[in-house]
Design a protein around this ligand. Structure first.
Ligand code: ZN
Length: 318
């Protein structure tokens, strides 16, 4: 396994990554309960209007994002793209009133039943507990199957959905070919452990391989710092490591919890939220059993992650 330096903190705020193309990165690594729910967003400013990529999660986050957009451009946001249905990318949709919300058809279908129950969210992301009762679902109004192109007067904005479930059923990426900028949504996590509780790790590796062939100089991940193909490749290699090691233990009859505790993560142990190894192994086991159509046992997953996080904290105190 190749070693690499894992940044503990990274630059946050509205950051220009191309000609009038911005990544909005939320500050990370500041809370001991982890970074679940802390996602990135994007902004493309064209002559006809602005396009936003993802709406973040709770009102305090999205209000800051909207204020940062207003500081960056006077143009209204004409379109908001949802890269997938997860709450930390769609929770703030209602703050983009007047924008056309664009997503893949499976993303919209996955969002339509609503967000997970508030009590589950509060347990999963305790630091945002007070804001979850205020969430309201706003669905995408325009959907596409595998490809779509938006022209904003200055930029060609290509949307692509892999056609299968990777991180989720409805992942989409946003690519600007002229400026060589790729907003990868949650197909890319940089130095934040990827979370596959609704994904398909085998296919996620394929989707990441596909993105690695894009002619992109800048990759904005759904979580973690702005990077390049080198950073995305590291995440791809994490998924491959987890899938390979999970398969070995699955074939030997080891239960998923034991496998998650047994797998040596090496450098990936210092990526944030490393206890996501458990849901990732559980999801691999479902993949090996051909049971991915069944939802994961979320209370069991959360209890197991809390145990793993506690075990790591105890270890750190020794
Ligand atoms: Zn996600």
């Amino acid at each position: 396994m190749a070693r690499h330096v894992v940044p503990a903190r990274w630059k946050s705020g509205m950051i220009e990554v191309g000609a009038r193309i911005f990544a909005y990165v939320q500050a990370s690594g500041i809370d001991p309960t982890g970074d679940t729910g802390v996602a990135n967003s994007g902004l493309i400013v064209g002559s006809a209007g602005a396009v936003a990529v993802d709406a973040l999660m709770v009102p305090t986050m999205t209000r800051k994002l909207v204020a940062a957009i207003k500081k960056t451009t006077k143009k209204p946001v004409a379109q908001l793209i949802n890269t997938h249905h997860h709450l930390d990318h769609t929770g703030g949709n209602r703050f983009f009133a007047g924008a056309t919300i664009v997503a893949s058809a499976p993303c919209r279908a996955a969002l339509a039943p609503g967000f997970p129950p508030v009590s589950l969210l509060q347990r999963f992301m305790p630091r945002f507990a007070a804001e979850f009762p205020r969430l309201k679902v706003v669905l995408p109004t325009v959907t596409f199957e595998d490809r779509m192109v938006l022209q904003d007067g200055d930029h060609e904005i290509q949307l692509w959905h892999p056609g299968f479930a990777a991180h989720t059923v409805g992942d989409a990426v946003v690519f600007l070919p002229k400026e060589r900028v790729l907003f990868a949504g949650d197909i890319a996590f940089h130095y934040v452990t990827p979370l596959a509780f609704q994904g398909h790790i085998g296919n996620w590796i394929k989707a990441a391989d596909r993105l690695l062939r894009y002619d992109a100089d800048v990759i904005v991940p759904g979580h973690g710092p702005i990077g390049t193909r080198t950073d995305l490749k590291r995440m791809r290699d994490y998924l491959a490591l987890v899938r390979r090691e999970a398969k070995r233990r699955f074939d030997a009859g080891m239960p998923a919890e034991a496998a998650a505790a047994d797998i040596k993560l090496g450098v990936y142990a210092s990526w944030s939220d490393a206890e996501r190894i458990l849901p990732n192994v559980m999801r691999c086991y479902q993949e090996f059993r051909n049971e991915l159509d069944q939802p994961m046992d979320l209370p069991r997953m959360l209890a197991g992650m809390e145990r793993l996080r506690g075990a790591r904290a105890d270890h750190a105190c020794l």
